[in-house]
Every structure is written in C-alpha cells, then in structure tokens.
Design a protein around this ligand. Structure first.
Ligand SMILES: [Zn+2]
Length: 271
C-alpha cells in the first residue's frame, strides 16, 4: 500500500485519520477498496451515502429501478427532481456531489443467475440491500461460492435484521435453506415500512462494511442482529455453518446453475 493522501484528503478525512483504529493507513485502505451495493433503495441509500462520505474509493451500484415519488419517504439519496430517473444515475450524482474521491460504477441491471458472478468479481465486499428473496439468494450463493464477504440486511414494517457473512462463517442458506414459497411473505409494496427503519439497518450494514475494510472490530459474523423499532430493542442470535447447507456445507454445489431461483411477483429492489 502506498500512502498518497493529498492535503484536501487529509482535511476531509481528518476525523478518521486522527483515530488510531483508522489512521492514514486505514483511510488509504478505504480509498483503495471497491464495494458493490446491490440495491439503491431504502437500505442502499444510507449505505451509499455513508460509504461515499467515508471515502470508499470505488462504489458499484446495481439496480434496475427508476425513482418513484413513493420512494422518497425513505430513499434519502434521491430527490424530487430524480423521480423517473434510473436509481443508479441518481445515486451516482448524489455521490459525485458528496465526495469527488469516489468513483461510482453503475450497473443498471437486474441481478440474474447469469450475471451475478460477473457483477461481484471486481469487488472486495458486497452489500445486499435488496428486499427480494430471489436477489438475496443469488447474492448469497454467488458471494459464498466465490469467497466474497458480504453484508445482509432485511426490513419488514418496523423490524429489521442484519448480519455479515465472511468466508470463514456460515452463509444465509445455513439459516434459511430455501426461499419461502410465493405468497407466504406479504408483497413488499403492500406491507409498508417505517421510513426511518432502513436508515437504521442500512447504517449497521455500512458500519460493518467499513470495519471489514479497516480489518478492525468484531463483525456480525455468525451473529444475526434483530432490531425492533417499536420496542426499540436489538437482540442477537448466534448461528453456525450447517454441514447440510447446499452452498457452504460438506457437499456444496459448484455452480449457480445447480440451483432454481424462483421468479417473484414483488419487483426487484422495491423496498
Ligand atoms: Zn451455508
């Protein structure tokens, strides 16, 4: 690693650099890192915002949606004038205004079995910020098979859950081997979500991402954090690798083509 922080960067990141846990080396690690955020909606908005502010040098944003007026109640990187624009373009403009150190790579695609491996391969860390089981399993399986660490976050009305998967720990399928059948989970657009909720969960995901890149602290690896906004409680459940897991168990699949990914009626990234 070569330190190349210029005077403007020493000023911009001074509150990072002054801390022993980050320092100029840690800040350089953030600037040298590439993180893919899958979903530029409710969870993706605070994640993109804080990772950009922190100086993560390359931010990939994957989303095939356009900004809608009903998104603005929680998707805080998009504004009134962005309604009708692709979310990846709106996100890129937001980041460009916040921090010119950050290069945004936009991926205006729906995550599919035939493109997910190519999407994640250039990134050090992936953040799953979708609210869609199909994409969630695709991200889990592709990241686990390729040894790419990733953050998982999910929200429902007033509740959220978040964890971090590294190459050493279990994966999402160890907890939930299969997606629930269609109709078992209420349609995302019809359930509603407290606007602040994805902010809380997304900020935990952004925190985990920065800690991973800095190689500092204890990650939520093998721990699922459950957040209840109504009771204002955080609870933690530990979980282990499942030897029967089809993706990281003792007899794992070799390619995504060995798995069925059911279509969902719920639009991708609609949270
Ligand atoms: Zn697993």
């Amino acid at each position: 690693m070569s330190l190349s922080l210029d005077p403007t960067q020493l000023d911009r990141y001074s509150r990072h650099i002054i801390m022993d846990e980050v320092g100029p080396e840690g800040q350089q690690s953030l600037l040298d890192a590439a993180v893919l955020v899958v979903g530029a909606g409710g969870l993706g908005a605070p994640i993109i915002q804080y990772l950009a502010a922190a100086g993560v040098g390359t931010l990939g944003v994957a989303d095939d949606d356009e900004v809608e007026l009903s998104n603005l109640q929680r998707q805080i990187i998009h504004g009134n004038d962005d309604v009708g624009r692709p979310k990846v373009e709106s996100a890129a403009d937001f980041v460009a205004d916040l921090n010119p150190d950050v290069t945004v790579r936009t991926h205006e695609v729906r995550v599919e079995p035939d493109n997910v491996a190519g999407l994640i391969e250039d990134y050090d860390f992936v953040v799953d910020a979708t609210d869609n089981f199909r994409t969630r399993y695709l991200v889990n399986d592709a990241c686990t098979l390729s040894g790419t660490p990733f953050s998982h976050g999910a929200i429902y009305k007033f509740e959220g859950q978040v964890t971090t998967f590294t190459t050493e720990g279990p994966c999402y399928r160890c907890l939930f081997p299969e997606a629930p059948p269609e109709g078992m989970v209420a349609d995302c657009a019809s359930t509603g979500v407290l606007g602040v909720l994805p902010g809380t969960v997304g900020c935990v995901q952004a925190t985990e991402t920065v800690k991973y890149l800095l190689d500092e602290g204890e990650l939520l690896d093998g721990r699922m954090l459950f957040y209840d906004a109504m009771d204002m409680t955080f609870e933690e459940v530990e979980f282990r690798r499942n030897p029967d897991c089809p993706v990281c168990g003792d007899d794992p699949i070799e390619t995504l083509s060995q798995v069925e990914y059911a279509e969902e009626s719920c639009p991708v990234n609609a949270d």
